[in-house]
Design a protein around this ligand. Structure first.
Ligand code: HEC
Length: 181
């Protein structure tokens, strides 16, 4: 397992772990001599689909990295439209690395960011700060406030969460199906 230090915003344990899985299994991927024949995949359509479900504020390079790495063997329909928890994505990334996914360091960061922002399910009452921050697109002050508040009283829904300063309603609207309480 190779480990890397996060380049952005302090406590991103989840991100480092996801990245380590994607990178750490590269050795195994590289050892796979023969891959099964690949279906015909339309890169332009794939990129459009990946961008279509991404946040307007996302860096387009993130969607490009996902297209380049995650649609070489199958269509993005394998993963778009099925948000998962951080733990489930870790399993998928590990599985894909074993099957031969070979992202560069930069692509790992871009892919993890894309998934956190667009395809990750978080539980507002139980997920760690390092998952809540990127998915809610909230700064450390806001995520700290969430963690303190849930220690006293559970969040019951979106309206409740929106009352925390720094939590953006526009983001919560997008996250409706990806927030658990
Ligand atoms: C080297 C080829 C390859 C690459 C690159 C690849 N995959 Fe896969 N992926 C597969 C294969 C093969 C399957 C079918 C595996 C199976 O069903 O056991 C699969 C299946 C999946 C599934 C369905 C798994 C399930 O359990 O339902 C998801 C989700 C997925 N891939 C996501 C991704 C993501 C995200 C990436 C980019 C990080 C990626 N894949 C890159 C080969 C690849």
């Amino acid at each position: 397992m190779s480990f890397r230090t996060p380049r952005t915003w302090p406590p991103q344990g989840g991100r480092v772990f996801l990245s380590a899985i994607l990178l750490g299994l590269l050795g195994i991927g590289a050892a796979t001599a023969q891959l099964p024949a690949r279906p015909v995949i339309d890169a332009v359509k794939e990129l459009a689909a990946i961008k279509a479900v991404s946040d307007l504020d996302d860096d387009p390079a993130d969607a490009e990295a996902v297209q380049q790495v995650c649609t070489t063997c199958h269509s993005s329909s394998q993963f778009l439209g099925t948000p998962r928890s951080s733990g489930r994505w870790e399993q998928v990334f590990g599985q894909m690395a074993q099957l031969g996914a070979r992202p560069t360091d930069t692509q790992v960061d871009q892919i993890v960011r894309y998934f956190q922002r667009n395809l990750m399910v978080v539980n507002v009452n139980t997920s760690p700060m390092e998952e809540l921050g990127p998915t809610l697109q909230a700064d450390p002050n806001a995520t700290t406030a969430i963690v303190m508040r849930r220690g006293e009283r559970r969040f019951t829904g979106i309206a409740d969460l929106a009352a925390i300063p720094g939590v953006k309603r526009s983001v919560l609207e997008r996250l409706k199906g990806r927030l658990q309480f």
